[in-house]
Design a protein. Sequence first.
Length: 291
Amino acid sequence: MKATNPEAIRLIQNPSLWLLAIAGGLIAIDLSLSWRSAPDLSQLSMSLLCWGAVLSLLWEKRHSLNLESDLFSSGLGLLLIGFVLLRSLLMTSFDSVFELLPLISGIGLALVASGFKRLGQYRQELLIILALNIPIGLVINRIELLSNATAKFATMLLTYCGVEVYRQGINIFIPPSGAVEVAAGCSGWETIFPLLQLSVLFLVMFPTGLIAKICVPLMAVSIAFIVNGVRVAIMALLVAYSTQETFEYWHLGTGSQIFFLIATLMFGCVCYVVSQNAHPARQDHRELSES
């Protein structure tokens, strides 16, 4: 008979090790699906950011987590995890259910780890997963309100720049032959939604006051809307005064990503300023607590 290794047995019987293995498998599945869903790697980048933030928060409070679950919670959690595994194997389209799979995975794993009673331990992590994966954009893209607002803003910019321009609904016309339609894809939601997601991530990761919690999401929306409005105005000018190839480059090509990069950098500067202003307040609070 072979001698057993007590240390190996303890590792196998360690529930934390099994939870870590399950979490690693679920994260790997989500990253794999994200890679397949978006050729431009935008979804993969958001997934990496999401799971990186979640793992960072869990690591910080790893010693305070209560890993005690009950039979019902564990069973329900395993059912949710099983659904995620089955849905990923039978994935035929990247729909709203696909975008909710990370949240379902997170809830299932939290139930297996700590049960219903201690689900509040993971409220920050679940909020991040929800914010960075919620499929609200599928609904908003069907609303013309944002397209109309973007068309009005771009028309106003062109008018103030001295360009002869007029608007009909979501269509912008620059005589004699320039015309662009501000459809759902150009409404700015593809920039507004990621910046809103990043604002939630920032507010969860960095403690801030009530004013910052209100102002940061508003700044995210404002920056995204203004930058996209400038982009639409430039597109209208390119249609009227440039070549089709130049328009396509700035509309669908590499140039289209520059505007999103500008909006992201501007919002990053806002977050930096907010975090710097919040840091002294946290220091003062810590010093008062120690005294």
